[in-house]
Design a protein around this ligand. Structure first.
Ligand code: SF4
Ligand code: SF4
Length: 135
């Protein structure tokens, strides 16, 4: 954070962390992703074929003025982040897929395999992920 662009942004890049996860293969893998999405402020996205889990959580070093309070000592990952292609600028930043609810994963699985996956019942209660016979 620190460019002129950042002056106009509410520090979007300091309000989440995203970590790579294994690409799901088996129904159980998809069931696990559904389980991640049963938690508050979690999303899963796919970018250039790679899968990530994202935690919407604000960095403790972000000040009330949306400025980094440890700017001179900020971590390497923050230094590498380029304002020109960041969340706020939107340049080159886009998801192939974004999942925020388990039913989106079920729908994705069905479209991909032609089989139904049920990790939640459609009334909202979680249950063990299983593949249903195609109807
Ligand atoms: S999202 Fe971009 S513009 Fe906003 S603070 Fe981060 S680097 Fe700056
Ligand atoms: S250390 Fe500073 S620049 Fe890095 S995420 Fe936290 S507030 Fe943002």
């Amino acid at each position: 954070m620190g460019s002129i662009l950042c002056e106009h942004c509410a520090a979007a890049c300091c309000r989440y962390i995203a970590l790579p996860i294994d690409k799901p293969v088996k129904p159980r893998d998809y069931g696990d992703i559904c389980w991640y999405l049963m938690h508050k402020d979690i999303s899963v996205f796919v970018e250039e074929g790679d899968w990530y889990i994202q935690f919407q959580t604000t960095c403790k070093n972000l000040g009330p003025d949306n400025r980094c309070m440890i700017y001179e000592q900020r971590p390497e990952i923050c230094r590498e982040y380029e304002p020109g292609s960041c969340d706020y600028a939107g340049g080159g930043y886009g998801y192939d897929q974004l999942f925020t609810h388990p039913t989106q994963v079920e729908d994705y699985y069905e479209k991909k395999t032609g089989k139904k996956l049920r990790a939640v019942d459609r009334n909202g209660s979680p249950r063990r992920a299983r593949v249903l016979k195609s109807s």
